[in-house]
Design a protein around this ligand. Structure first.
Ligand SMILES: [Cu+2]
Length: 506
């Protein structure tokens, strides 16, 4: 309906204009062509002047009206260390081009008014003017030189790479149709090697699993950065041209297939600080959802974002990632929660070249787990436990203590856990434990009992050799008499063949 009314109004307007022009035509015929033309010229010249005033006022007012939405103004001052230099460059350029814009528009419309056709007036022919030539060549040349030098200085600061030994963190962003795949280096601080030829469905970045630096790399959904820390982003594209764009930090760099680029910047404002600044502006004190007055305010919902600034395909708009700048403790807490991609998605699968091999990070994880179990068993919470609960708490399984099949020779991998146990016994000098061996129910029960006793004894001997006083250790072989699970399945039997220790006193 609205469209119909608008259509009809436009049609009506066209008819009115046509009628008026017909009318002027008839009027001209009555009053004489020349007089009418002169009057029309005068009127048009005046309208030109009015238009000029309207245009300039509109340009200035609209900029003023939107100032708190524009990057570089109001609450949107740069949130990075280098951002202010780029903003100032933009402002200086805006100042010069603004002056030129206003002056040329004034000249354009003033001349149209001043030199309107008047009866008897004649154009002057001006072939050359040296002064004018010098003025309009020299002024732009000086301004351009200034802008180029200022721009070059800013460019050199902004694009400077990390100096050797400089404190920084490095992350990686890979653009593809249509998302950013982020990678952090993990605890070692080094991003692992990658090769595009290794890209598969379960290895989206082509990480090389023989490079230990890859074992702790993780792929978060959000870009988290600690405030005040210099960040170097490696920027990579997997398919077409993308552009790594962090508008609030004035970071923008092409992601080019086959040509890694980078950007170094230091975020200086946390997300919370940015929100606090937005809070002072009425534009951001409105509900995010205009239809729901109960919804949160715009400033509360603000987040920095990573976007793609290259029109890279039909879902280009969806290449958005939330960026959070937080304090160092908040960052550390977030970091502690991140799971390495290798450990959570590759480890133990067929695509894992280290399948079946005990890795250093696993030894560390197991050591921490064993320490935790002992600490939990030793701490007095004051909560009374049922006897079976207490027994469960004080009995700790040594998953990695394994023996050669059918015998009592420790496998090479068992030693790390026994060394960990010996370290625990050294740490708690009054701790007394019972080491126990268990088997499943296959074979002769008496033979099983003998075997399990031999195995427990081997563990005891190992620990004594490590300097643990024999009086603190007892060893018992329970054979198949204390199953931990069913003996009817392979998995159950596997669980039953085990070495444990029980805390007797401390
Ligand atoms: Cu893109």
């Amino acid at each position: 309906m609205t469209a119909l009314i608008i259509g009809l109004s436009i049609l009506l307007l066209v008819i009115v204009i046509l009628q008026i022009s017909k009318l002027t035509d008839m009027y001209a015929r009555i009053r004489g062509e020349e007089e009418v033309e002169e009057r029309m010229n005068r009127n048009q010249a005046r309208v030109m002047l009015l238009f000029m005033i309207g245009l300039l006022v509109f340009c200035i007012l609209s900029a003023y009206w939107w100032k708190n939405y524009m990057l570089g103004y109001g609450p949107h001052k740069a949130a990075s260390a280098h951002g202010a230099s780029l903003d100032s460059l933009f402002n200086v350029t805006l100042l010069f081009t603004g002056i030129v814009f206003v002056l040329t528009h004034i000249a354009l419309f003033y001349f149209a008014w001043k030199y309107k056709k008047v009866k008897g007036s004649k154009a002057t022919h001006w072939s050359h003017n040296n002064t004018l030539e010098i003025v309009w060549s020299a002024i732009p040349a000086v301004v351009m030189t200034y802008l180029v030098i200022k721009g070059l200085l800013a460019w050199n600061t902004v694009m400077a790479d990390i100096k050797p030994g400089e404190d920084h963190m490095e992350i990686e962003a890979t653009g593809y149709q249509f998302a950013w795949h982020l990678r952090y280096p993990g605890a070692d601080g080094i991003i692992g090697a990658r090769d595009y030829k290794k890209i598969t469905a379960d290895n989206p970045l082509g990480q090389d699993w023989t490079d230990p630096h890859n074992f702790d790399d993780f792929h978060p959904d959000e870009l988290w950065l600690p405030v005040g820390k210099k960040v170097r982003v490696r920027i990579i594209a997997r398919d077409v041209l993308h552009n790594f764009y962090l508008p609030h930090f004035r970071v923008k760099m092409d992601a080019v297939p086959g040509l890694p680029t980078y950007f170094v910047f230091t975020p200086e404002k946390t997300t919370e600080q940015y929100r606090d600044e937005l809070r002072n502006y009425p534009e951001y004190n409105v509900p995010k959802d205009p239809n729901d007055p109960e919804s949160k305010m715009l400033w509360e919902e603000f987040n920095y974002e990573l976007a793609c600034a290259e029109l890279c395909g039909k879902s280009h708009y969806s290449m958005r990632r939330i960026v959070r700048v937080v304090t160092q403790p908040e960052y550390d807490a977030w970091l502690a929660k991140q799971q390495s991609y290798y450990q959570s998605s590759i480890r133990g699968k067929d695509s894992d070249p280290n399948k079946g091999k005990l890795m250093d990070f696993e030894i560390i994880q197991n050591r921490e787990a064993l320490n935790m179990s002992v600490e939990k068993a030793l701490v007095n919470t004051g909560i009374p436990l049922k006897p079976e609960e207490e027994a469960a708490l004080k009995t700790i399984r040594l998953d990695y203590v394994q023996f050669e099949s059918g015998g009592s020779i420790l496998t090479a991998e068992s030693k790390f856990q026994l060394d960990d146990l010996s370290a625990i016994l050294t740490k708690y000098p009054s701790l007394k434990i019972e080491v126990s061996g268990h088997t499943d129910n296959t074979g002769d029960p008496a033979a099983n009992k003998v075997l399990s006793q031999q195995r427990a004894d081997v563990v005891k001997t190992y620990l004594t050799a490590q300097g643990i006083v024999p009086g603190r250790l007892s060893s018992v072989g329970y054979g198949s008499s204390k199953p931990a699970d069913t003996n009817d399945t392979d998995a159950g039997r596997q669980k039953n063949r085990r070495t444990e220790f029980r805390i007797i006193s401390n």
